[in-house]
Design a binder for this molecule. Sequence first.
Ligand SMILES: [Mn+2]
Length: 459
Amino acid sequence: MVQEDGAAEDRVAEEAGVAQEHDAADTAQERAAPAAGQASVSRTDADWCFVHAADLHLDTPFSGIARLDPELAATLQRASLEAFEALIELTLERDAAALLLAGDIYDGAQRGVRAQLLLHRELTRLADAGIRTCLAYGNHDPLDGWSAIDAWPQLVTEFGPDEPDAVEVVRDGELLAVVTGVSYARRDEHRNLAVRFERTGARVPHIGLLHANVGSNPDHAPYAPCSVDDLRRGGMDYWALGHIHQRQIVLDGGDGGPWAVYPGNLQGRSPKPSERGSKGASVVHVRDGRIVEVEHVALDRARFDEVRITIDATYDLPAVHRALAEAGRDVAATAEGRVLVLRGVVDGSGPVHADLVRPDTAEDLLEQLRAEAPADPPTAWTGLSMRTRPERDPADVAAAEGLLSDLAVVVAGAAARPEAWSEGPTQAAAAAQVDLEVDTELIDRAAALAAAELDRQEP
Ligand SMILES: [Mn+2]
């Protein structure tokens, strides 16, 4: 299923509160957060830097959470604006030559008044400090949306639609870089815009600013699709990308090729995997006309996360409660003092399943976690999903037909007669009078299960 990043809130509405989702598999793909690019030169030796951010979604209403917890929604809505103020502070503190914003600056084509006033005020501040800002709009804030701003300071560039334009980044009379960018004319931009980018004649780093789905990532809406090869061929030295909310170094400048970076969104928006953890902007360091390091700086004010516990070895409700509370405290310790918005998932199978599916148990457990949650910095539990299964009766498993049932018999037999197992899996199968189809991986797993069972019987 293709998920628009704008659909995140609907998912929050679905998943917030208590959900009974037995046997429901979490299909969301967790993409590994890549490490920052390899630095060949320390950032303190860099000549200059620029700041790259994307997917700001300023003044997001968090309407899904608002239905459950209006106060938390208001905190999160402020967080999107405060993270932007932190971005401006970072740009000033680092004395960056430019700030590049790669689309979805606003959350919707109707661009909120608060968001527009804030953007105008803060980018004027940067211009007054001699810092250029370049904006390229994306699918959430295309050029056909409402804009209340007619006049920007000279150092603010809004890229137009269709064909990329180029603008120079100059400091103290010296040309530092050329930024080329293009905005979406309308939401449904399905053309490949990356192939339209061209290098100018200037012998300085060329930066491409674009909101795009690189590699046609199926988890995200297919706006301005292009391939990684398109980016390699474009003549840019650094692609300042937006659209994918999970931070990602697509190309790391290796072999003299370009960099291509998704900085991730500025502030997380929901509990789904791409929205969890540290969010912020990339500071890109340049030395001798080469990009030498891409540094992630956390700027978010609230953090989304999920804790997941498995009931396999949990025998009563107090233990489930304790495990969830502990897992919550562990995540809070990694949240760098931010407001933590937390969802719990309980899965696995075991005897405590019967207690967990009793009416009101999940609601009461969630209430208890909320009541005990740390207040400073605050942890807000937004939901608890029960995905547990009943404990399996070994007799039922053995009675079933097929390889797994055969394995269960072998494992049980080996646990009862360890000497059979010590002769090897095939002998154990023979001792259990099972004609075991030989599958190495399953046998290895059966061996591990049998060993665990023996450990449990003879601690
Ligand atoms: Mn976005």
